[in-house]
Design a protein around this ligand. Structure first.
Ligand code: B12
Length: 293
């Protein structure tokens, strides 16, 4: 425990105990707020100090809705302002490159929600926000890369939490990024969520050459469907070529499309696909609907 210290006159810094008392929370809760970036604080001479003006931000955050409720809520669409206190905190930690702080936020979120909620309600809005900020020139490429590298690590740590103990479904889903598309995260999320729903997933990751994709698909016994991701316009054009080649080689196997460059069911159908989903949770519903056919 740190010793109490009187704040300086005129709204000077508070010790963490004083800040905790002002917020009406336990000292350890205030420390956790500091650790995850909810409460800005400065570490000097072995003690944490909080500026009184930052208390209001932490107090607002304390009253705001937690990460759960996500399962009922629709996943935020591309470009939507999906800001919540948890998203704001995660964004802050991702941009700061603070892996430990970011993981604490994930752990907190998991107390209230599922790994799928963390994907869709916390990490996806952060990544979209980061992409938009980069496109507007507000953050550098290095900032975006640092945040993405950290997000990849978080998604990797979340992966085993999607392990399915219950019923496994028949057939395998092949997932791949369109040729020339280096975006890995969308596929990881879709793959983990499908595994969590009991599907066997053959995950090829990003940027899969057309010939390798078709040869792999042809070699899978019990191939249920192929899911292709396209984040950019050139990748969407390559995905369309892949759909044609897969249909020709494997008639009857549905090919689904998704990703930021395929905006709607209509756009996916125009590219030749048999279906589309805006996010990983809807991708699970899409694949599940095949069972009832
Ligand atoms: C991280 C990132 C990168 C990283 C990728 C690193 C990695 N290892 O993954 C790097 C730095 C490499 C990168 C590069 C580029 N990127 Co980039 N990138 C992003 C960013 C910030 C996050 C991507 C992400 O993980 N999103 C989170 C996921 C979960 O969301 P999602 O992609 O929408 O996926 C969900 C759904 O779409 C759906 N889904 C996705 N795939 C599939 C597939 C199926 C079958 C189904 C059913 C559903 C489905 O489910 C997913 C989960 O819910 C996005 C911003 C954004 N809006 O996403 C830009 C973004 C995708 N990138 C963009 C651009 C322009 C580029 C570059 C061209 C930049 C450049 N000038 O070099 C290059 C292209 C490289 C290439 N050849 O592919 C643009 C694309 C715009 C467009 N539509 O054309 C975006 C949208 C940024 C922006 N706002 O402008 N990028």
């Amino acid at each position: 425990m740190i010793a109490m210290e009187a704040p300086e006159d005129g709204g000077g810094p508070l010790t963490l105990e004083q800040a905790a008392s002002a917020l009406g929370v336990h000292y350890m809760t205030a420390y956790r707020y500091v650790r995850i970036g909810r409460l800005p604080a400065e570490y000097r001479n072995g003690r944490w100090y909080v500026h009184p003006c930052d208390l209001a931000k932490a107090a607002r955050t304390k009253r705001s809705r937690p990460v759960n409720g996500a399962s009922q809520a629709a996943a935020p669409g591309p470009g939507s302002d999906a800001s919540t206190p948890t998203v704001d905190l995660m964004l802050d930690r991702l941009l700061a490159g603070d892996a430990a702080g970011a993981w604490l936020i994930v752990e907190n979120a998991l107390l209230a929600g599922s790994p799928s909620d963390v994907h869709l309600e916390v990490l996806s809005p952060c990544l979209r926000h980061i992409g938009d900020s980069w496109a507007r020139g507000e953050i550098s490429i290095a900032d975006e890369h640092r945040a993405t590298a950290l997000a990849l690590g978080l998604i990797g740590r979340l992966g085993p939490l999607f392990a399915r103990r219950g019923r496994h479904r028949a057939g395998t889903v092949l997932l791949a990024g369109a040729e020339g598309d280096t975006h890995t995260i969308p596929l990881m999320m879709v793959g983990d969520q499908l595994r969590g729903a009991g599907f066997s997933v053959n995950q090829l990751g990003a940027d899969v050459p057309l010939d390798a994709l078709v040869a792999t698909a042809a070699g899978i016994d019990g191939l249920l469907a192929v899911g292709l991701s396209a984040s950019t316009a050139p990748a969407a054009a390559n995905a369309a070529r892949a759909v044609t080649a897969l249909h020709r080689r494997l008639p009857g196997v549905p090919v689904f499309l998704g990703g930021p460059a395929v905006h709607s069911e209509e756009a996916a159908r125009e590219l030749g696909a048999d279906g589309w989903a805006p996010d990983a949770a809807t991708a699970v519903s899409l694949l599940s609907s095949l069972e009832s056919l």
